[in-house]
Design a protein. Structure first.
Length: 87
């Protein structure tokens, strides 16, 4: 258990960086998408940082909040597409 949080922080960093790279690869040049990536990544970091690995309810609450990450990323993709079309 002692290495769990560092590994999860690593995966959260990897996910956030991968989302940003994906935005770059599709041509998002306006900051809206990237701000959303940072917001979603911050939520992931919050989940890991506040997770109590010995409390099942705490972990379930963190897991259920993943829909927030998905919503943020969906909105970021929409905003990135709108901004890209407006240019």
């Amino acid at each position: 258990l002692k290495n769990t949080k560092p590994v999860l922080f690593g995966f959260s960093t990897l996910a956030t960086g991968s989302w940003m790279l994906a935005g770059y690869n599709v041509g998002f040049t306006e900051p809206y998408y990237y701000i959303g990536c940072l917001a979603a990544g911050s939520h992931l970091f919050w989940q890991v940082g506040t997770a109590d690995l010995n409390d099942a309810k705490n972990l379930a609450d963190r897991f259920k909040s993943n829909n927030i990450v998905g919503g943020i990323m969906f909105a970021s993709c929409i905003a990135g597409n709108i901004a890209m079309c407006a240019v």
